[in-house]
Design a protein around this ligand. Sequence first.
Ligand SMILES: Cc1cc2nc3c(=O)[nH]c(=O)nc-3n(C[C@H](O)[C@H](O)[C@H](O)COP(=O)(O)OP(=O)(O)OC[C@H]3O[C@@H](n4cnc5c(N)ncnc54)[C@H](O)[C@@H]3O)c2cc1C
Length: 401
Amino acid sequence: MSNSSNVQKVLIAGGGLGGMTAALSLLKKGIDVEVFEQASELKEVGAGLHVAPNAFRVLDEIGLAQEALKTACVAAGREVRLWNTGDTWPVFDLGVKSVEQYGFPYCTMYRPDLLAILVNGVRAIKPDAIHLKSSCQSFEQDTDGVTLHHNQGTARGDVLIGADGVHSKIRQGLFGNDSPIYSGLVAWRGLIPMDRLPEKMRRLVGTNWIGPGGHVVHYPVHGGKLMNLAAISEGNGDWQEESWNIPGSVEDCLALFPGWHDDLKLLIKSIDSPYKWALMIRPPMDRWGVGRVSLLGDACHATLPFLGQGAAMAMEDGFMLARALEVESNPITALKRYENARRDRTARIVNGSAGNTKRFHNPVLAEPETARAYVDREWAPDKIAERYEWIYTYDVTKALI
Ligand SMILES: Cc1cc2nc3c(=O)[nH]c(=O)nc-3n(C[C@H](O)[C@H](O)[C@H](O)COP(=O)(O)OP(=O)(O)OC[C@H]3O[C@@H](n4cnc5c(N)ncnc54)[C@H](O)[C@@H]3O)c2cc1C
């Protein structure tokens, strides 16, 4: 392994999808890493995510495409459905077309499957790279490096990356407390064993039910054995906890979707244990780093999940960070180049996701007549291309740095 960087060791706070992608991308470029993760074991809370072609490109580049395809579901398409009538609009023809158009498949994955292949990839190169039960607290930097303090001790490296999610301690250390704004929306998430659903629902398609005041997304994951569902709704009162693992009840979730189509109600009723997550808005940050310390993923650009790109951005960040540290020998300049390469794209996605709230929850969806005209207009091929093409065609391996 060889690289032109002066950076010998990168400390990464947080071993989620972004931190692990960064770790593997760096190790593959011959740069040493240590990952400090607060959890006592590396397991994701069960949920799914879209791995759009721009994110799949990252997996391919770090040698995990074949592993990913063992459990990923390659989406045949995506569709929009109307909340009460169930009218359906096919909006993306994917499958083979995704590979033809973007170079890579459009997949949906079970988060634990994705995290596991990243962790295995890291450990295959450096078995002791990941330190568990290591909750990062603070850091200080000097002219030679950075010292990270975690609950097991300290670590010294050339740079420190905060990949520690929405409540990032590293971001707090750099810029103080943030002040997210409650969006008024709660995401209810759950998994459904596929064999619990009727045949007609067991399809390799991503579905987005849209209606006044809410929308519900579902798609298959884990080799098609599970259906992942995320139901987003207004009307949850002032409940505002932002966490992956707060349990809710099927009854409470169902009560938020009165009058919605029976197919959808059946899906919600089939969840064993839903979790709920209050969705917060954080405007894009002006800067991500200071000196030898920077951020990636949700720590610097947490987003509403309405473009299915939160994890994708974190993975792209991880890969771009490795590129920057490979080509630029000065660590401070490298982090600046990384940030400059990523800031505008991620801000555009954060703003675009927020814009989808109005689109998916529009009051005109209440009546079928106005709803049909609205969907025809908003999901017309040229509008879809305008909203999504730039996201999926982005090539993090070639983007200017
Ligand atoms: C309902 C919902 C649906 C979503 N759907 C999609 C989707 O379809 N596609 C998509 O791409 N994205 C999706 N996302 C977004 C995506 O989940 C996140 O953007 C992504 O997980 C960010 O990755 P990350 O590595 O930055 O942060 P995280 O995944 O949050 O990882 C942070 C890690 O840091 C650890 N950590 C935290 N604090 C500390 C500390 N002090 N010390 C040490 N370790 C620490 C945590 O334990 C965790 O392992 C969705 C999000 C939600 C809420």
